[in-house]
Ligand binder design. Sequence first.
Ligand code: BGP
Length: 464
Amino acid sequence: MKHKLTFPDGFWWGAASSGPQTEGWAGKKHENVMDTWYRTSRKDFFDGVGPDVASDFYHTYPEDFKLMKEIGMNSFRTSVQWTRLIKDLETGEADPEGVKFYKDMIAKAKKNGIELILNLHHFDMPTELLEKYGGWQSKHVVDLFKKFAKTAFEEFGDDVRYWTTFNEPMVIPEAGWLYGFHYPKLVGQGKEAVEIIGNINLASAKAIKAYRDSKKNGEIGIILNLTPAYPESDSKEDAAAAKFADEFFNQSFLDPAIKGEFPKDLEELLRKDGVLWDLSEEDRKTIAENTVDFLGVNYYHPKRVRAPKNPDKYENWMPDRYFEEYEWKEGRINPYRGWEIFPKAIYDIAKNVQDNYGNIKWFISENGMGVEGEERFRKEDGSIEDDYRIDFYNEHLAHLHKAIEEGSNCFGFHAWTAMDCWSWNNAYKNRYGFIGVDLGDQSRKIKKSGRWLKEVSDENAILI
Ligand code: BGP
């Protein structure tokens, strides 16, 4: 006997994506750092596939929105690309071709009954600004981001009600400056990484201020990858490691975004270590006065942490002085991506937001199951029978439902993703979509999970 779990009225059933991962390069005015990385080193990308064409959303969006509607999506998040919208990066002047594309895209979403959420930064720093100024290490770039944001609000703010400033800002220092898996692929640059955290928080607050000054009639938030850190044991040392991992990787963005200030213990530790971000009184005031209206949470897998065995491994300051990750033996692993599957973390995140962040309204802005070699699940009629994905979503949604029953202020669920899309170095290795994309001819085919979403959205409920 199955149980029906009903979600609050008006719940968002949708999916997330981003400009650089879907649109392709047609019509763009500048390169972002991922574009440059691909152009200069194709071998770093799975099967040598890049963002140059991606899922060709620049051309396919009219049809893609119809398919999104067909699978019951009532909302969709993508991003406005800095490198497409802005012609002059110093002045923030818009490019007419970019404006035309986004205006039409926004209109097509509306025509299909899809609430569009526009995000401003999804790992896509313009390369020129990295090369000239050091990217997010520069306060000047913070101000250029504000100009870009202002232009986006002026051009599209009357037609788009929901905005976010950044997607997973922590990934920028983590992947680009600490562990080297995104461009500029630096390793061990702890001090610079901390500086970037401070500057991105300031950039987000300045963009929020620009939004409020624009007097548009909508809301603005931020999207964070909140990764609960569970300690290996009850020991004092492992608890301290988990506390640090939570403060550094989650709270260093969550606290400023919602409370307008950084976690005190973390600031004290970074000051003591001589690596604290460089923010003036005025910068801190800007952060304090410009907190978010809502929060988006991306969740894929938790962190399992313990006290570091080798805290002095790195020459420079690194967060790894205070924690290390390990593989939890009892954990369930997604065999097609290698990530742990731990749906209860959704409940834990919801409770944390409810209990410690004023029960701010929030939604799941990404959750999903990447699968390598998904072709093996294709049936004779051409459709992919992705029951593993349906089970994955049902399990996560059941935990979310429980939290909502207990008062969590969650208003939606976005899967990653609608159409299979390109991802940073994995390219199309791990497919995530409700709708499959054939890279040969760019044709689309709804997967079984897409039909499942339609039922869930129509009923505003899951059956488990
Ligand atoms: C999130 C990013 C997305 C997307 C997703 C899947 O962290 O916000 O942009 O890439 O992860 O990751 P992957 O494709 O590497 O499995």
